[in-house]
Design a binder for this molecule. Structure first.
Ligand code: ADP
Length: 485
């Protein structure tokens, strides 16, 4: 059993309209610890009917919430932020127990997620409108911004707390009630957020959680119900496309944070030690299970050997283990199925000429553990060139010119995060502008924070989370034509 200072944070019921509820069916499903396979908790398994009730409750609560002065909405968000910070230790334990990542990474995720609540509590006050010069003096053009309305979200298991926080913060700040469906692998972190939202004092119906295993049924209700005005998703591109198409029937406003295929480019003039440091954190964080993880590491021929040697040494120092063990750098992967998918990509690469520089692979610790691997001699015919590896495997590609690096980096349907290391200011400008990605890390392997806009282009989605731009996804622009003056 998890030892928590505040055991009330571990909830198994869903939270709708200010009530903790069981599934209508009475059915539950198990959440397991990926490190041990043991059941952490049995969760109420909600479906489409409960989702509909959550949407109706949110819709009923919306007018009062939209009318609540922005300073009061900001105060509640700020209070929620403070409660998360005060409970970080417990929340991190819950997160590691259901997701597997090292406890230190879990804490980082919680503080990162909470920072969006803090940021949007302030940013809501700056959702300014406009006064525009009219074409004739008998009228005025005034532009105001108003909340879009009831917002539903579906989020993945890799950041079970932060992916919800990043969406709910701008939504509530803007005046939109919110219904979250967490991933069935990791509902506990979401439910713990609801415990603290309730404590912070949000009115009933403003923040709701619908946990359930039947994602297509819950998703179908969220994307088809006309009361829902905004749908926001983080997950795979395949599911994102499906949900976007479903939303088209009722023309909902959508934000989509989908898959990535991040290039990580090391140029001849890079600071190699910094590049190795950046590549390690960027590739192996969360066992390689993030959509911004370096997927393809391109190294210029002049430094290929030197970089490889330093990188191999750093990877050999990484420790795989249970996330609750302080020595652990890399926890288990989420499921054995995820491990098998990584293995298939590695086998394909080996058949097509990759060389193992760090052997890694399936671990004797159990079927969800995977030792970090480095592959040399990678090429663009390998499946891992096109697909997200989503595991602790780093393929190294050799390139000769800057043009070739940009061309290879852009040779993908995705466009979320990209990274490169160079000390040459001209190159930094040229490559930053040439990469077809929503985010470019220049001499940095970790790029996301609440003050910057996060999001992708191409098949990586649309919309931005964080920054002064993030709130726009939850606001509509209204033009007031004031005549008869
Ligand atoms: P991942 O590979 O990270 O699990 P998915 O896109 O499959 O990516 O899952 C992300 C989220 O989308 C999860 O909450 C999952 O339950 C949900 N999901 C998966 N399939 C569907 C679907 N057909 N309709 C609605 N939600 C879905």
């Amino acid at each position: 059993m998890l030892e928590l200072k505040n055991p009330a944070l571990l909830r198994t019921q869903s939270y709708i309209n200010g009530q903790w509820i069981d599934a209508d069916s009475g059915v539950t499903f198990d959440v397991t610890d990926p490190a041990t396979g043991k059941v952490v908790a049995s969760i109420a398994d909600l479906g489409a009917d409960e989702t509909r009730r959550a949407i109706e409750a949110a819709s009923a609560a919306w007018p009062a919430w939209a009318q609540t002065p922005v300073k009061e909405r900001a105060r509640l968000l700020r209070r929620w932020y403070e409660l998360i910070i005060a409970n970080t230790e417990d929340l991190a334990k819950i997160l590691t127990a259901e997701q597997g990542k090292p406890l230190s990474e879990a804490k980082t995720e919680l503080v990162y997620g909470a920072s969006y609540l803090e940021w949007f509590a302030e940013e809501a006050k700056r959702a300014y409108g406009d006064v525009i010069a009219p074409p004739a003096n008998d009228r005025r053009i005034v532009v105001i911004k108003q909340p879009v309305g009831v917002t539903c979200s579906i989020t993945p298991w890799n950041f079970p707390s932060a992916m919800i926080a990043r969406k709910v913060a701008p939504a509530l700040a803007a005046g939109c009630p919110f219904i979250a469906k967490p991933a069935p692998e990791t509902p506990l972190s979401a439910l713990a957020l609801a415990v603290l939202a309730e404590k912070a004092g949000f009115p009933a119906g403003i923040f709701n959680i619908v946990a359930g295993q039947n994602a297509p049924a819950i998703g179908a209700e969220m994307t088809s119900n006309p009361l829902v005005r905004k749908f926001t998703f983080t997950g795979s591109t395949a599911v994102g496309k499906l949900l976007q198409a479903q939303c088209a029937q009722t023309m909902k406003k959508t934000s989509m944070e989908l898959g990535g295929n991040a290039p990580f480019i090391v140029f001849d003039d890079a600071d190699l030690d910094e590049a190795v440091k950046g590549a390690i954190i960027c590739k192996y964080r969360n066992a390689g299970q993030t959509c911004v993880c370096a997927n393809r590491i391109f190294v210029q021929e002049g430094v290929y050997e030197a970089f490889s040697q330093k990188f191999i040494q750093a990877v050999n120092n990484l420790t795989v283990g249970n996330g609750f063990d302080n020595a652990t750098d890399i926890g288990p992967m989420i499921t054995s199925k995820a491990v098998n998918k990584v293995e298939a990509l590695v086998e394909d690469a080996l058949q097509k000429g990759a060389r193992t520089l760090v052997a890694g692979g399936p671990s004797s610790m159990g079927d969800r553990f995977y030792q970090p691997m480095v592959l040399g001699n990678a090429n663009d015919q390998m499946n891992l060139f096109k697909e997200e590896i989503f595991g602790p495997v780093a393929p190294l590609f050799k390139f000769s010119s800057e043009e070739e690096a940009i061309r290879m980096a852009n040779d993908t349907e995705f466009g979320l995060a990209s990274y490169f290391y160079s000390r040459d200011i001209g190159r930094i400008c040229r490559v930053s502008e040439g990469l077809e990605y929503g985010t470019v890390g220049v001499n940095e392997g970790i790029i996301s924070n609440e003050m910057a806009p996060f999001g992708g282009v191409k098949a990586s989605g649309q919309g931005r989370e964080g920054s002064k731009y993030g709130i726009d996804d939850y606001l509509e622009i209204k033009y007031l034509c004031i005549g008869g003056i």
